[in-house]
Design a protein around this ligand. Sequence first.
Ligand code: COA
Length: 375
Amino acid sequence: MYTAAITGTGVFTPSETITNAELVEAYNAYADKINAENAEAIAAGSFTALPQSSEEFIFKASGIEQRYVMDKAGILNPEIMYPQLRQRDDSEPGIMAEIALDAAKKALKQACKTAEDVDLVICAASNMERAYPAVAIEIQDLLGIKGFAFDMNVACSSATFGIQTAVDMIRSGSIRAALVVNPEICSGHLEWRDRDCHFIFGDVATATLVERIEDAKGDHFEVLSTRCATEFSNNIRNNNGFLRRSRPDGVKDRRDMQFMQNGRKVFKEVLPMVSQHIADHMADEGIQRQELKRLWLHQANKSMNDFIGKKTLGRTPVADEQPNILQDYANTSSAGSIIAFSKYSDDLSTGDLGLICSFGAGYSVGSVILRRHSA
Ligand code: COA
């Protein structure tokens, strides 16, 4: 059995941002437009007027201040309200492969490794831009990696499930190193016309290089243990899929073809599941809460993270113990905990323990316990 380590991470951040103020202004213009078009029906009581969104609500309910996106203009145009991405020829790299490639190159550079050192690419994300060929194989080809690649989707937990998959293969000896990439163009599945959720998501791509620990060239994190769990729930759901045209009204502009959630229920049901999952994982590894130096949590909601941090540590986390990046990036699905890890791990010392945890649709939860090693 080999020991696995995370030796590099990379983050691709889009160049465009949308602040809460810009988002609310666009949504409110859209709501005004719909209400004006339906003025008679609203007066007759057969159409409920769309209420206005508010910056104060968004920040208070989520902690989000802005999000990065691949196309700001389309999202903020009240006549469109979704990102407009250039149609690419099949001979060009797809947009998911392109942003994942940027993150993957950064991860390789940090680890002082090249494509020759890698034999697996896992593209783990909430959405894939096509059914096949796998986006992961395209990324493998663009990087010039020999070996194999595949896509996997466990929604917001995709990164930790991908890391566990890679770690298990490294342990067994079937591969030496894997790139786990998480290109998340969440602006594509978000319903920007729905006030209850239009503020939730942003776009990003992350990459994590997992290798045999003896191959590490610089500072790295030994993977002590991984754990994944799932329980079926319809409270976060998206019905878009390859059978869409076969269903009545399937190709129409149906609300359930985008991200839908019952946010309150998610909050109530996922929090105890995640807190218990982390507690059990740590207990089974014989790790005391006071030994944990850092928690890199999924970045969906500040109150959720505050709750999980407090439950895990048994007290309110002090600054940087449980870093949040959601104020800048919003929820970036599977990439969130990896952005936090990538930006807030360099300062740890040899021997320090930390835990990555992601959670979301499925329901799903994945945790990775790490120990810092200096080169
Ligand atoms: N602006 C102003 N008011 C808004 C609003 C907006 N954009 N969106 C909703 N509201 C209103 C609601 O209509 C509701 O009004 P009411 O009390 O008159 O009915 C009120 O604000 C509270 O809405 P609610 O949806 O209950 O808010 P909340 O405090 O539960 O926060 C979420 C909503 C989505 C932020 C929160 O439930 C959450 O984060 N859940 C978990 C999300 C999550 O992690 N999902 C995982 C995705 S991967």
